[in-house]
Design a protein around this ligand. Sequence first.
Ligand code: SAM
Length: 242
Amino acid sequence: MPPSNLQDVFSQRADELREYIFTQPASTFTNNPWALANAIDTFASEKGHMMIFKDKKLDAARAQLEAQQPAPRTILEFGTFVGKSAIAWGAILRDIHGENVPADVNVYTFELDPKMVALSRDLIELAGIADVVHVLEGPGSDSLKKLHTDGAVTSVDMAFFDHWEKFYLPDLQLIEDLGLWRLGSLAIADNTDFPGAPDYLRYVKDGGRGIEGSVKYESTSFETDSKQGKPNIVEVSKIVAI
Ligand SMILES: C[S@@+](CC[C@H](N)C(=O)[O-])C[C@H]1O[C@@H](n2cnc3c(N)ncnc32)[C@H](O)[C@@H]1O
């Protein structure tokens, strides 16, 4: 979890991003999620201090989703922030399924901070993908339990872990315990090298709980950037047995 002075910077960045996007003509972004995702990237590279999923990592994740059989329909995201990666997941699902995305194709993205919830919802609306991408406020674990109890989520094709790292492993295990994985589902995690999620990494690299009949993972660390000392790993773990 970042220190409180950094949290203040993130909050300031959220205000600046709102201003940056909403002072441009809406037609630039209407029904164009990739244009909006790219604009958020441009803002982030100019301003810095934006904890968004980097493009090269997104490309690696996108290739995995495009190769997935059957095609992905339900994505969970833990950690929305300003909505950049959530918008990208929605755009990828739209590219895979076509403009008229079926009603059972959804991204559920979880966020603690009400300010980020409000901004990401406005950006998702502007990009024209609010029918696909849903921002749920509160701890991801609580939102997921509710989605499961309500019957809204019965199976998960991909879960993206990009919230505070101490929650990665318990939230992964929650998906297991709710019985939401299928063969071929993907768990994708950012920041496993820095700041690091050692318990999560050990668990997926070991293949899971290692008990007869439990979910089994095959895990690969994709190196996406050659810059020394920069976080550059995205961990992709595939469910190979249930
Ligand atoms: C690294 S940012 C997410 C970046 C976003 N995925 C992107 O790439 O555009 C992490 C976010 O996770 C949120 N968060 C942390 N713990 C959480 C939890 N248990 N449930 C939901 N959101 C959480 C934080 O408030 C923060 O906005």
